[in-house]
Ligand binder design. Structure first.
Ligand code: GLU
Length: 502
């Protein structure tokens, strides 16, 4: 029987969550949901020097915002806990020791000074098969020397003993057969001097203990794969090894190298899912959420970075992604990040979302801008009228302020040069007899009066729009007038006539 699908997103909580990390989480989620599996969040916090206050909760919040909440996590544990590696500390040492007794690992007593000296002596020094016999470790010391050092509590690490002249093969679900020559793989530390495992040991022990069936992770982990494959083998667990899938990198917009936070700062777009506040400096790095992305658009955009369903379809809901997802359609090549395209997704999502979905976020944006929103029914009509014009959620502010507050400034330059007393007379007469029952009658009344007064309606439309809106933008001017109502429209016309006359 096939193993039950259990996948994990295993971030190290060291700061903001990069969009590549969210995409890894998303592909894990999609694969789990597609296969009735379980999506696990495991916090890889074994590096205590890199501990960052608040980073774990921030990751949880990002996943929640994206709508891809894990089934098992530190705050919502299943039976495979703990879900933080720091809390699993006691479970690792025995495996490191087992590897030593089986001849697959060794104690290394080299001090930082020893290592520094070696680095100076040998360019590009790597602790491994070419150098290990020159070092201070249980391969070069006698048994009794090692025992004495251990008894004297001399600090040590445990390193894997990578075999010489072997080829490590594995099948990657995206890349097919991958192989590494062990000559280029160094003897990675497995257990650190503080007794904590390194990532390499912890990832294998935990994937086994948590019965992980498939390991999706970024391509940057591919060079570590041979170490992991060897550990699965040396620990005698090969038949339980997860299937690997190394996801293509998300590249800088020019395609040269992996997209980094610095590229975002340089080119003016976010790289993190949500705002991240560095707890030490209080510096805030802007996220997609706060810039005004809808979570639906954000994950839709991410899913299409390195995957497609084989058709031209680009807009997918989360459940459509679950239904359409397949590993076979993940590309091997890196995917260039294109911020304009990301905005396009958001625009499409705003356009196609029902008012009810948008209402809460739009209200929030308007309130942040100090606009008194009032009646929900009115707000909903406004949203419906302008959503096609908004790319990011804060655009709703600029596109709708005039519905809530009469303009205080006008684009007079577009009106005044052609403004005449006759036009003022037209608008005075128009304001006296406003017909705003529906768009067609409103427009007909406007045109009839224009004809009577000897104007082409086209000459009057722009001044009318600027009277109501303040500028040359917005949806149909009669739609706006109808929504504002008779009294408000009249008052705006009268106020603007005074400005244009002056
Ligand atoms: N802790 C690693 C990271 O920060 C996880 C890599 C893996 O999934 O094996 O991305």
């Amino acid at each position: 029987m096939d193993k039950k699908v259990r996948v994990r997103f295993a971030p190290s909580p060291t700061g903001g969550l990069h969009l590549g990390g969210v995409r890894t989480a998303l592909f894990n989620y999609l694969f789990a949901k597609k296969n009735n599996g379980t999506f696990v969040l495991r916090v890889e916090d074994t590096d205590q020097n890199r501990f960052v206050e608040g980073a774990e909760q921030y990751i949880v919040d990002c996943l929640d915002w994206c709508g891809i909440t894990p089934d098992e996590s530190p705050n919502n544990p299943g039976v495979y806990g703990p879900y933080r590696q720091s809390e699993r500390k006691p479970s690792y040492r025995k495996f490191a020791e087992q590897l030593i007794s089986d001849g697959y690992a060794y104690y290394a007593f080299d001090t930082p000074e020893d290592l520094d000296a070696k680095r100076k002596e040998i360019p590009n020094f790597q602790y491994g098969q070419a150098t290990r016999m020159q070092m201070h470790n249980s391969l070069t010391l006698t048994i009794s020397e090692v025992e004495d050092l251990l008894a004297a509590k001399t600090p040590y690490v445990i390193r894997i003993k990578v075999p010489e002249q072997e080829i490590v093969h594995f099948n990657d679900l995206i890349r097919g057969n991958v192989s590494f020559e062990t000559a280029i793989v160094d003897d990675k530390v497995l257990l650190k001097a503080d007794g904590m495992p390194t990532y390499h040991l912890a990832v294998v022990v935990d994937d086994k203990a948590m019965e992980i069936s498939h390991a999706f992770r970024g391509e940057e982990w591919l060079p570590s794969a041979p170490i992991h494959i060897l550990l699965w083998k040396y620990l005698g667990w090969e038949s339980d090894m997860p299937q690997w899938a190394h996801l293509p990198l998300i590249l800088k917009p020019d395609g040269h190298g992996k997209l980094s936070k610095r590229d975002g700062d340089r080119l003016g777009f976010p790289v993190y899912a949500m705002n991240w506040t560095d707890p030490k400096t209080n510096d805030v790095t802007q996220g997609f959420k706060e810039l005004g992305f809808m979570p639906e658009a954000f994950i839709n955009m991410l899913a299409l970075l390195g995957w497609n369903d084989g058709t031209e379809k680009e807009i997918f809901t989360l459940s459509e992604l679950v239904a359409a997802f397949s590993i076979e359609r993940i590309s091997k090549a890196g995917a260039k990040f294109d911020f304009e395209k990301a905005k396009w997704y958001n625009h499409e999502w705003i356009k196609q979302s029902p008012v009810d979905t948008l209402q809460k976020s739009v209200k929030n944006e308007l309130e942040k801008a100090g606009i008194e929103v009032g009646d929900d029914a009115f707000l909903n009509t406004v949203i419906d009228l302008i959503k096609d014009r908004c790319t990011l959620l804060p655009d709703f502010v600029a596109q709708s302020t005039y519905f809530f507050n009469a303009p205080t400034e006008y684009d007079s330059a577009s009106v005044k040069p052609k403004w005449t007393p006759e036009k003022a007379a037209f608008f005075n007469a128009y304001a006296e007899n406003l017909i705003l029952t529906d768009v067609i009658s409103a427009e007909t009344a406007f045109k009839t009066l224009a004809d009577e007064k000897g104007f082409k309606p086209g000459e009057l439309m722009l001044p009318f729009r600027i009277m109501l809106v303040g500028g040359k933008f917005g949806p149909g001017v009669f739609d706006i007038a109808i929504l504002l109502g008779k009294e408000e429209t009249k008052s705006r016309i009268e106020k603007a006539i005074i400005v244009f006359n002056s």
